[in-house]
Design a protein around this ligand. Sequence first.
Ligand code: PLP
Length: 390
Amino acid sequence: MTSHKLTLPEPVIRDRQFIKPLMCGPGPCDVWPSVAEALTRPVISPICDEYFNVMDDIRAGIQYLFQTRSPLVLAISGSGHTGMETIISNLLAPGELLLVPNRSIWDERATKMASRYGIKVETIFTSVPFTTFSLEEIESALKKHRPAGMFITHGDSSTGTIQNLEGLGKLCHKYGTLLLVDTVVSLGAVPFFMDEWGVDGVYTSGQKALSGPAGISPVAFSARAEAKINNRKHEPPFYFDMKLLAQQWNCYDKIRVYHHTLSPPLVWALRRCLEEVISETLPKSWARHAAVTARLYKRLQEYGFQFLIKKPEDRLVTVTTIALPRGYDYKQFVDHMRAKHNIMIMAGLGPTVGKALRIGIMGVNSTMEVADRVGDAMAETMRALTKSSL
Ligand SMILES: *Cc1c(COP(=O)(O)O)cnc(C)c1O
């Protein structure tokens, strides 16, 4: 008889309780109450009519969200990064060139990912840090390199900037380049028009302005991108292969083929997020985010806080970056906001480490009450830390 003696004893795993903080960092954000409810719905097989109907609802919602009539839209199982993997690995072949106008950490990640697939990368930087690119700067790089694709981040949550995308699609197409866009922290909160702006591959994520869970990420591809996918010679990773995923998601109304097990709670939750946006409507959601952030700016300015991003038109509505006066410690500030006010904001990331606080007000949290609460807590924290450092 084989012995069943354990080689490892049972570990101690306790239920760890905590009081839910107000989530005001660059993500994840709090979830809608309807989404919290959806996450508790029963699990069913992902291969049954009930499930197929929900997948169809989700595709219609994603088309609305990205403002595209393209049939090649679906949700990838994974956080925002899997959307990044999907658009890069499906649209560029090893040896092809990707141009990355780099503002911060997400563009660096795209560069690293592309390199792992054997894609060549050219990078350009803004002439002034913490600003965005002009059409002229981008056109001169496109002209020089004639890349197969260009990756750009719409809302950048590490610096708190928003890149103007209007005109970029036309420019890219003039040079035979596909336009790839990260809208993880911008979609739903600021205007985005995939078809009108000529975007070829785009992704977002559940847990930012959509106020859903991380782990499910909408993606969309244009007709140009679809043609490239259908004619490509290279094979992207199996898990991110759009040709296979399109069959699972019934993008062409012909077949439904099992590819992998989608997570039912995440699928129910994403459908709820989309319902929330649809019932509010995109224009109203954009207007709400703009008005609430304007209120936050006003409060912060009254208290004397300085914005890291100098040009108002470069500031991202969902994530505000604040430069503290010399002598203040960013980590201490963030810790005090949590300990005293139970508000989670974050310190800088990538190029903003030691240079900024990142405050994110988006999705369900984008209300005047939250803007006031965060503004007041920021002011108290500033006073408390001045006193303690005297
Ligand atoms: C948060 C974020 C990501 C990464 O998303 P994950 O869901 O953490 O994988 C990518 N891009 C931007 C702009 C983000 O803000």
